[in-house]
Structures are given as C-alpha cells and as structure tokens.
Design a protein around this ligand. Sequence first.
Ligand SMILES: Nc1ncnc2c1ncn2[C@@H]1O[C@H](COP(=O)(O)OP(=O)(O)OP(=O)(O)O)[C@@H](O)[C@H]1O
Ligand SMILES: [Mg+2]
Length: 381
Amino acid sequence: MNICFEQLSKQYKTGRGVVDALRAFDLTIGDGQLFIILGPSGCGKSTLLNLAAGLEEPSAGTIRFGERVVASAEEHIFLEPGERNVAMVFQSYALYPHMKVFDNIAFPLRNARRKAHEIRLSVQRTAAMLGIDDLLARKPAELSGGQRQRVAIARAMVRQPSVLLLDEPLSNLDAQLRMATRAELKRLQMEMAVTTLYVTHDQTEAMTLGDQVALLKKGRLVQAGTPYALYHHPATPFAATFIGSPPMNLIPARLATSATEYYAWVNDRKIALSAELKAKAASLPTGRILLGIRPEHLRFTDQGQLEGVITYTESLGREIVYRVACAGHEVLVLADHPARETGRSVALAFDSAAVHLFPATEPADDPPDKPPLHGRPPRHG
Ligand SMILES: Nc1ncnc2c1ncn2[C@@H]1O[C@H](COP(=O)(O)OP(=O)(O)OP(=O)(O)O)[C@@H](O)[C@H]1O
Ligand SMILES: [Mg+2]
C-alpha cells in the first residue's frame, strides 16, 4: 500500500509560541518500499511518524494510505491508530517487563482476539525470522539490548501491518550489532514487502538501508531520492554536507562567464567548469557561489587547481582525513597516502566532473507563503 503526504503541516502551540514541527511536507512512498526519513535532531522525523500512525492530528494537509484518506485537516477526517493497520516501534520502545518474550510478541494478537493456535504460529514464525525463537521463554531483563530491540520489532511485525513505522529502532545498539540487525531488518522488510518508514539521523544508516531517502531540515523536505541521487546530485548545500562522511567541501568562489565558457574563481585561481555544469551555472547569478567538492574526489599532485598547507591529519584506519588550509578556507581531503605530514605545502587536483555548484546562500527555511494554522478538526469514523 502506498502512502501519500500532501502539504502536511504540524504546529505545536507551546507557552513560548508556535513550533513549526512540519511544514508543507509532500512525499509519496511506494508500495512495499523501505523509505528512510533522515535529518538532524528536531527536524520533524518523529512528528511525521506520529502523524502517519494517527497519534497526532495534522494542522494542515492530508495523509492517504492507498486510496483511503486517513487524515485531512481541511476535510476534517481523522482515523484513529487502530483503524489504520499500522505498527510502530518507538524511539524509546518499552517491553512489558513482567511478560515473557512470547507474551510480549503475542500481545497485539491477543488484543485483536486471535485464536490461540494462530497466535502461537505467528509468534514462532516472526521470532524465527528475527533469530529470537530460542528466547521466547525469557523475560526482557534476561536479554541483551540487541535482543530486546528485536523483540520490540517482532511485536510490531507480528500483526502483519500494512504500514510499518520505525523510529530510530537501532539506536540502542553498538555499532557491530547495529550493522548486523540492519541487514536482517532489510531482508525481513523485503520478505514481508511491507511499506516501511524508517527514521534515522545517521546518514550512513540511511544510505545503506534505504530504497529511497527523504532528507528533512527544520520541518521541511529538502530532497527525496535514491541514496545514489542524494550523494551524486545534492540539491542544496545542506544536503551536500549532511550526506557523505567526511562532508563535502563548500568553497566560496565567484562565478564568471565569457562568451563561450563558465569559470569559478577561488581567490586568483581560475577553475574551468565542465560542460555538464553549464546548465547549472546558467541558473545561478554570476558572483558569489559555493564550489562543492567531496573530500574523496580531491587528490594530492604536483600541479593542481588548488594549493594549501596541511594543518591536521586524522586516521580512519584505511584512509586519512587531511585538513588543508586553502585560499583562506579549510578543505578536507580523504586519501590513503600515509606520507604527508602537517605543515607541508600541497597541491590539490580534482576532475571538473566532480564539482558541484550551489548558490552562496541556503534556501530560506521559512518563506512568507506559510499556510495558515487550522483548528483541531472534529473526529470522524
Ligand atoms: N508535543 C510537542 N510540543 C511542542 N513541541 C514539540 C512537540 N513535539 C515535538 N516538538 C518540537 O517539534 C520539532 C520536531 O520534533 P521531532 O520530535 O519531530 O524531531 P525529531 O526529528 O524526531 O528529532 P530527534 O532526532 O531528536 O528525535 C522540535 O522542534 C520539537 O521540539
Ligand atoms: Mg525523534
């Protein structure tokens, strides 16, 4: 079942004024997709999930599950969580401590008054999928953090929901267990083909796990697309620096044109732009811009387009991050050269195809055409 958010907004009224947690948010999630909701703390990820689950009502806009409108501020429609067939694993999930693992997982099925033998089969099948079928007789206190997390996921999946909502479900796990559970979760999600929204603030997790990624900032959708598209064609400086580690360099430059060509000037260095960038360059006003180059696309050479001095090095194991003072700006270089020491003058080269162009300022977070706040709609259904 696909999910459609249309012009969705959520405002919280607090003692100190109104918080725009989500602003005119548009997104469609395809049937069976694993869609990642990515963004920094406070950008509205949990708000979006709570709206999809029916735990919050939108201030404006519409949510559709397939053809069915499950919430609409304008049409005064609001379906309760129980009417949506969604399952959610919360950011701070909790298991029932006095219940065995089996009973924790069986809980939603007992609530739905399923037959005992059917419950036993469903719990065993889901537990086996998550590799916790040998733990069914234990209490949560007798489990590791990772095992508990899997019980919470099993409890959400056991009902075979049509929509699965996961809010940072792996955040309590150590790095190794997170990677293993992530791979399992992906396999499970594909097997069940359940439309899934997965919230994370971790861009690596987003890139490795998602079919599609939606990047949010301050309640707004910045960009949605495949991990490949977000990495190779970031729409804004924010997207460029949020995705990829270490982050993309954004070097202040001046855009200039001649009759036939576009250039960027970094101080007195003239940098020719590739043919592919001409359409992008033509859409920017000449003058101040940002030149984006990923650290992994810079290399040390004898004669490069940029020059600088290494100020700091940081080992990542296989690779090294170099900080290079370059034209009054710090530039990061990712390389596997171990033999370049701090204080040394270096030249940096890059392919013009690896260059991104951005306007010098990020698009405004809060444009003046903000939709009005709607009152609390009366409940239906
Ligand atoms: N009940 C509430 N009342 C007032 N403000 C709220 C409420 N819930 C969330 N907010 C505010 O709305 C914004 C979005 O919050 P949300 O919880 O959706 O962020 P998030 O992206 O999930 O962040 P995190 O990664 O830290 O979990 C924040 O500024 C938050 O302070
Ligand atoms: Mg959250």
